[in-house]
Design a protein around this ligand. Structure first.
Ligand SMILES: [Zn+2]
Length: 80
């Protein structure tokens, strides 16, 4: 993981309506790294680093209106 491959989640500075909050997902632990890289590269997830627990999580693709996501690890809301 290098700088620029992820978005740094920010602590929200305002209340975010619940219907605007998506869910971050913990990365799947598959052991297929090195296999099928080209295929997975086409739909590579967006990475978000949680401001609270510093875990890297994946953000679902769209809908674009959602700009806040709940961390699956610690439950903190991250805005991006
Ligand atoms: Zn977290």
């Amino acid at each position: 993981m290098t700088e620029g491959d992820y978005i740094l989640g920010k602590k929200p500075d305002r209340e975010i309506p619940a219907d605007k909050i998506g869910k971050l997902e913990l990365p799947k632990e598959d052991h297929q790294a090195g296999r099928g890289d080209e295929a997975s590269g086409r739909n590579s997830p967006f990475w978000v680093k949680c401001w609270s627990c510093h875990q890297y999580l994946t953000r679902p693709l769209g809908p674009p209106g959602e700009q806040a996501y709940t961390c699956a690890n610690c439950g903190a809301v991250n805005t991006i």
